[in-house]
Design a protein around this ligand. Structure first.
Ligand SMILES: N[C@@H](Cc1ccccc1)C(=O)O
Length: 504
């Protein structure tokens, strides 16, 4: 019998009486564990080896865990400092103990909360009194002992309660690994007795084989594509980016052109052009990410005048303004845009690409910034799918039809519409879609037909319908995750991002 080199070496190193792990064998043979695993499965396929698998837990200390193992748990250091300062008799000033125990930064809180949890004593009015516990032994703290055991690879002997505790303190990490062990089968023993030789096949292509041209003559070992192998994760496009690109393709396919423009912009473009009164709650410092930069000089003077006039006096013979203050300085102040409707204003005004004649369709898929409270459906920044259509005659039916067509491309066919209010559109409505997992209706966008008070100062004489849709919410409907923070930000779920299926 002939076998490729690694398989032969493995067969000879395996034993019929003693189970050996792949890791052990790889070390013994000086081979890469992945190559040994592959060889083991190939031999198992031939019936020469038996492979067994079990899941093992490995426990390792975190950086913080290692620090406490060296320097002592913060609460024990506090306990010892208190005992040395005589806190078993009378209360001792906390500040002094913190200094004595050399507790620093977050360690102080960690020490205090665990001190209380372990019942070491009382903390009252900034002073510490130790509880009278004659059985207390500073050298026998179960958590400190467990840190030591984990460091010495002896976690297997520990009670799972103390491991849970240390894990929740962030002092250790548990990971599951598949351990594979092999034994020689009877057939394997027979084959070895009859004699096995190394086949002259090549297991892997090398740079040498390529440059020498030898690769054209050698025989390659068969590759078992079914053999279990370690998962490797290549780089790939994030689903958010992928969906953003898909949204762009869909909109371009629907005849739209892409808008571009600044993330930090004058309030004029973000709000004033939209007939948002300057005392609107969304324009206060609570909701606005103001930038500490000089005001924007480059605004079209005549447009500024017309917008101010619309705010003060309204538009048309029956128009009525806001009767509230309007300050040009505030209009020129720069903030992070809370929506990309600022871009729509730049384009509709003719400031971005010159005057536009109907019909026109424009879109953008870009980031916007809002001072929201973080929760499963809100982040401080998200991607908005902005868009507008300019034409002689438009109605809500056109708007609904556009959304129906757009969302159908993503498999979303059960949109719901709800009347809404925006200072800049009339009529306005919000869009909802059903979450595939929870069945809950979630808001996915806001839309409407721009008012005269917006269009007239911009010099637009026909109808314009417009919208802002949340890309992340579209993703929730497509992929079924429930927390936006799984997808981006520091809490993102790496497994989800690695394994999520591509949905079109
Ligand atoms: N600016 C709105 C979306 C919108 C754009 C244009 C017209 C109507 C609504 C938002 O951010 O919610």
């Amino acid at each position: 019998m002939r076998l490729p080199e690694t398989q032969l070496a493995l067969l000879e190193a395996a034993s019929a009486t003693e189970t050996k792990t792949v890791a052990q064998l790889a070390e013994e043979l000086g081979e890469d564990p992945a190559a040994v695993t592959r060889a083991a499965f190939e031999l198992a396929e031939e019936g020469l080896l038996a492979v067994e698998e079990h899941v093992a837990e490995t426990v390792t200390l975190t950086e913080e865990g290692r620090r406490y193992r060296e320097g002592g748990l913060p609460e024990l250091r506090l306990r010892t400092a208190a005992a040395e300062a005589g806190a078993d008799g009378s209360a001792v000033e906390m500040g002094q103990l913190i200094g004595d125990a050399e507790l620093d930064g977050p360690e102080v809180d960690i020490a205090l909360s665990n001190f209380a949890r372990k019942g070491y004593g009382e903390i009252d009015g900034g002073a510490v009194t130790l509880a009278d516990d004659p059985t207390y032994d500073p050298d026998a703290d179960p958590e400190a002992e467990a840190l030591e055991a984990v460091a010495n690879d002896e976690a297997g002997y520990l009670d799972s309660g103390v491991l849970d505790r240390l894990e929740s303190r962030g002092l250790l990490e548990r990971t599951e690994t598949t351990v594979r062990s092999v034994t020689l089968t009877d057939e394997g023993v027979t084959a070895l007795m009859e004699g096995v030789e190394a086949a002259e096949t090549v297991g892997a292509i090398t740079p040498e084989l390529l440059t020498s041209g030898e690769w054209t003559d050698v025989e390659f070992a068969e590759y078992n594509v079914e053999a279990d192998a370690e998962t490797t994760y290549g780089g790939k496009e994030h689903i958010l980016r992928r969906t953003a690109n898909r949204v762009k393709d869909v909109l371009v396919g629907m005849g739209f052109r892409e808008m571009e423009g600044p993330h930090a912009d004058a309030d004029f473009w973000i709000n004033d052009c939209l007939f948002m009164p300057q005392d609107h709650p969304a324009r206060t410092h609570w909701d606005r990410f103001a930038m500490d930069v000089p005001p924007m000089e480059d605004l079209p003077e005549d447009l500024v005048e017309r917008v101010e006039d619309a705010h003060r006096n309204g538009v048309g013979p029956d128009g009525d303004g806001y009767h509230s203050p309007w300050d040009e300085g505030f209009a020129r102040a720069v903030a992070l845009r809370g929506h990309t409707t600022s871009l729509s204003m730049r384009y509709l005004s003719g400031h971005a690409v010159g005057d536009l004649e109907p019909p026109q369709r424009y879109f953008s898929v870009q980031k916007v910034y809002r001072n929201d409270t973080l929760d499963p459906t809100h982040l401080l920044e998200f991607f908005q799918i902005e868009g507008w259509v300019m034409a002689e005659e438009l109605s809500v039916r056109d708007l609904m039809g556009t959304f129906t067509e757009f969302y159908e491309q993503f498999g979303i066919t059960d949109l719901e519409f709800k009347p809404h209010y925006n200072p800049y559109t009339e009529p306005s409505f919000e869009l909802f879609g059903k979450h595939p997992e929870t069945g809950e209706l979630i808001e996915i966008g806001n839309s409407g037909i721009f008012r005269e008070e917006v269009l007239s100062p911009l010099g637009v004489e026909c109808d314009v319908m417009a919208w802002g849709l949340a890309l992340e919410r579209l993703l929730m409907l497509m992929y079924g995750f429930e927390d936006i923070r799984d997808v981006h930000g520091t809490l993102c779920d790496l497994d989800l991002l690695r394994n999520v299926e591509v949905v079109y």
